[in-house]
Design a protein. Structure first.
Length: 170
């Protein structure tokens, strides 16, 4: 398992985002749960705490190991050495093996949830202006931005144009 087995976003190209799904772009360490093992983007096995493992389902999840706005380096240490903080959690943003679009796939993960594992909140953009304003709100509190997903698209293990990172407005 490595990053070739994951879906990757492209940068926002200025296109209309009306109706697209929006989730926060968490700045931690990308991870992939295959139903038995948690992997880093680089293909390392992540040795997670038992309470985090117990909250995970038997199906695949695309997720982010996250420890707050300033936690990227702590997440890197956890991914590499298994040194987790009590505040670290796994944020799920897709379920690759489930059917339907991202909203339907995430609904299938509704049973996933604990203090250490949660499904990323998802909003629907009423307009591109709404998406940009939401991105700015996230950035005002120190966050990175948004990931925008076009409804109706399947999970694809590749860099795709129906998934875009919104970190700066044109």
């Amino acid at each position: 398992m490595n990053e070739n087995d994951m879906q990757h976003a492209t940068d926002w190209n200025g296109s209309n985002l009306t109706g697209w799904y929006l989730t926060e772009k968490f700045d931690g360490c990308r991870a992939y749960w295959d139903g038995r093992t948690l992997w880093s983007r680089g293909g390392l096995v992540i040795n997670m705490p038992p309470d985090m493992r117990a909250a995970l389902p038997s199906h695949a999840l695309d997720c982010e190991l996250y420890d707050g706005i300033d936690g990227r380096s702590r997440c890197a240490v956890a991914a590499r050495w298994g040194r987790f903080t009590n505040s670290m959690r796994l944020v799920v943003f897709d379920a690759p093996d489930m059917t339907g679009d991202q909203l339907q796939r995430l609904a299938a993960c509704a049973v996933v949830g604990s203090e250490r594992v949660s499904v990323a909140p998802l909003w629907v953009a009423t307009s591109t202006k709404y998406a940009v304003a939401h991105m700015r709100e996230i950035q005002a509190r120190g966050g990175e931005g948004l990931v925008c997903s076009k409804p109706g698209r399947p999970y694809m293990r590749a860099r795709v144009r129906h998934l875009m990172k919104l970190k700066a407005a044109f």
